[in-house]
Design a protein around this ligand. Structure first.
Ligand SMILES: [Zn+2]
Length: 423
């Protein structure tokens, strides 16, 4: 049974690796075994293509029970649980070659193997910076590449994904002649799905009036609906009012898994990591140029600057209520040494800020004044003295708990709070 891993067939302006599934199915007589897989890789690596996505397909001659997981024109796409072994009857590489942009930064790669590779390859590719040479040396399977071997990291990661806490995405594709230009996906249908279908997530950001099922770049994708239950996801495409599309398919994905995040101390966190860092707010928050909010976290003598950029919108207002001494766990990515871009935050405890001021004189009902350093307080009118000041606790406008960026700023791998915390 061939398992294919494919990566890096898109550029910054063209294509989407996931579209290849449609073309591969159109060009082969083989069936999909299980769901096709969409695997997102380390979001902090520069020079990546837009979504940093790789795919994996298991192909064979399907047998027994089948389920419909998409359409190509009027034909159903089926997924089978059982299969007979069959040799690949097409040259997949020629399909990849045909559809990949001829761009110096596009480095298509495919890996074919008869079984999954060690999941360690996946965890490295979603969390670290991986040297492709080390993957070529260690991974099992038959590699094919065009324009360099970098894509092998993602192709291998896709067939090594252990499918822990998966989510699903129903992706609808435009006809090939229509990939460029503006496309119509009605906001109200996306709003309806957000409101009515609780098994879906990140469809519409009401506060920022942002339709998140519609891509913002030029791509074969017309829309994508994310959800946790593939059976309930199937059919939701009928609720989307849009221009015509010619195919759709449901992917099993590592989106919204938080797989990229690892609990690390500040000292252990390095560039390209995504970390969960626990510490105390040691200075800030401060509003910087361009609406960037920053504050410093300190733990065991080390410090790091936590950053919420302008696109994180109202999340910054929440964070601006933090105070020195608050204990937090910051979830985020490190793309610059010494800085962590916050995806979500767990406010473990808020500090109790006490303020001591002169008491009110019981005779005169006016406020006393300080009588000097450690000399207590004295009433200016009657001369009464008091050793004890009036303690007032500053009212905090933020409560312990989890807070996250809005949908408009969500990264593919970041798990929305509504799906529950896994880390
Ligand atoms: Zn007095």
């Amino acid at each position: 049974m061939p398992i294919l891993g494919i990566d890096d067939t898109d550029s910054k302006t063209e294509m989407c690796t996931t579209y290849l599934t449609i073309e591969i199915l159109k060009n082969t007589s083989l069936d999909l075994i299980g769901y096709p897989k969409l695997v997102r890789l380390n979001p902090n690596i520069p020079l990546k293509t837009r979504g940093n996505a790789a795919i994996s397909l298991t192909l064979g001659r399907g047998e027994g029970e089948k389920s419909t997981i998409g359409m190509i024109n009027d034909d159903e796409i089926h997924s089978f649980a059982r299969f007979r072994d069959e040799k690949l009857d097409i040259d997949v590489m020629s399909v990849i070659e045909k559809f990949s942009p001829k761009d110096p930064d596009t480095n298509p790669a495919m890996l074919i193997n008869s079984e999954k590779n060690d999941e360690m390859f996946y965890w490295d590719a979603v969390r670290e910076f991986v040297e492709y040479k080390s993957v070529i040396a260690a991974a099992k399977g038959d590699f094919r590449t065009i324009n360099g071997d970098i894509g092998i990291v993602g192709a291998n990661a896709a067939i090594s994904w252990p499918e822990k806490n998966p989510t699903y995405e129903l992706i609808a594709y435009l006809d090939k002649g229509k990939w460029m230009g503006e496309h119509f996906v009605d906001d109200s249908s996306s709003q309806l799905i957000e409101r009515e279908f609780k098994d879906t997530f990140d469809n519409f950001d009401f506060r920022n009036n942002y339709n998140a099922i519609r891509p913002t770049t030029k791509t074969p994708v017309l829309f994508g609906i994310r959800g946790v239950d593939p059976i309930k996801l199937n059919g939701l495409e009928k609720y989307v009012k849009s221009e015509p599309y010619t195919s759709y398919i449901i992917y099993k994905t590592n989106q919204a898994t938080d797989d990229h995040l690892v609990e690390r101390s500040i000292g252990e966190s390095a560039i390209y990591n995504s970390s969960i860092i626990r510490g105390f707010v040691s200075s800030g928050p401060v509003w910087n140029r361009g609406g960037v909010l920053t504050f410093e976290i300190t733990s065991s003598g080390d410090s790091i600057t936590a950053v919420a950029m302008e696109p994180t919108k109202e999340f910054r207002t929440v964070l601006s209520e933090l105070k020195k001494g608050d204990e937090v766990r910051v979830y985020g990515g490190i793309t610059k040494v010494g800085f962590i871009n916050i995806e979500k935050i767990d406010i473990v405890s808020v500090s109790r800020i006490k303020e001591v001021r002169p008491p009110v004189c019981s005779n005169c009902k006016t406020r006393m004044e300080s009588a000097g350093r450690s000399a207590g307080f004295r009433c200016r009118k009657c001369g009464a003295k008091s050793k004890i000041g009036e303690t007032r606790e500053e009212k905090r406008r933020i409560a312990p708990g989890f807070y996250e960026v809005p949908i408009i700023a969500r990264r593919h791998l970041a798990r929305p709070l509504k799906l529950g915390i896994v880390k």
